[in-house]
Design a protein around this ligand. Structure first.
Ligand code: GLN
Length: 262
């Protein structure tokens, strides 16, 4: 019997202390859980404002959501790191950016006060918040994606418009998505996913977690790595229940339009 080599991956969790609404921290936990269940060690580095960070030292990158106030706090720091993050993602670094983080991974974000924050241009898209008097996009969401049906929860005031060369993450079945008009949700570039979905996203959608892990392992250890399948009946039943509740709400909305506010 040969000795089994330790498999170790490194995750950079950008601004974990600032950008963490609606359970986005759960995305790091889901990645770690699905690594550990396979005997893979996932080291998680929490990178905060001003801390040294070279994305080339990492196998995975995640950033969560935050309201305009938090986005303003991180914007300058993120801008300084923009070029390095953009090149790492273009070179295939698997990444997940959620809501407020997703918005700042675009070209620019005009906040609820009408002031523009620069984005880092990972995704070719513009985001505009029409102001706090406008109704927010809030509620459970169901998407059709390359990873199958995805469930999540959105809560954002701004609308995002993808450049027409940019790929969407999913197509909205229930919910508002990027802007409530064109049916798009999130964005996709190389191995990076941007999305409005909280929930947290990854614990309820293990196929996305495994996509990120499989890409990370293949980059480090060579293409052709396959992930050992896991018993995921808890995750699947959470996903199915979320899907059932979301579809039922859509049905109610169609039949009782005045009763449900969006
Ligand atoms: N501030 C952004 C908006 O309201 C993002 C909100 C969030 O991350 N939940 O559009």
């Amino acid at each position: 019997m040969g000795t089994r080599q330790e498999v170790r991956l490194r995750l950079a969790h950008l601004y974990a202390d600032v950008m963490n609404v609606y359970g986005d921290q759960g995305n790091a936990s889901a990645l770690r859980y699905r690594c550990e269940a396979r005997g893979i060690t996932l080291e998680i580095a929490s990178i905060s404002i001003g801390e040294t960070f070279d994305p080339r030292d990492y196998d995975l990158l995640i950033v969560g959501g935050g309201e305009d106030r938090e986005q303003r706090r991180i914007a300058d720091d993120l801008t300084k790191r923009g070029g390095a993050i953009r090149s790492a993602i273009a070179a295939g670094l698997p990444a997940l950016a959620v809501c407020g983080g997703f918005q700042l991974f675009g070209n620019s974000y005009v906040g609820s006060d009408g002031k523009a924050l620069p984005g880092i241009g990972v995704f070719r898209m513009e985001t505009i918040h029409p102001g706090n008097k406008t109704k927010r996009s809030i509620g459970n969401v169901l998407l059709q994606t390359e990873f199958g049906e995805v469930v999540g929860f959105e809560n954002h005031g701004a609308s995002t418009w993808l450049d027409n060369r940019e790929e969407r993450f999913g197509t909205v079945v229930v919910g508002r998505g990027n802007n409530g008009e064109d049916g798009s949700e999130g964005a996709r570039v190389a191995n990076a996913i941007g999305t409005y979905l909280h929930g947290s996203l990854l614990p309820k959608n293990p196929s996305i977690t495994d996509f990120l892990l499989e890409r990370a392992l293949s980059r480090r250890f060579g293409e052709g790595v396959t992930l050992e399948p896991l018993d995921q009946h808890h995750e699947e039943s959470a996903r199915k229940e979320a899907s059932r509740i979301t579809r039922r709400r859509k049905g109610l909305r169609q039949h009782l339009p005045g009763l449900l506010r969006r």
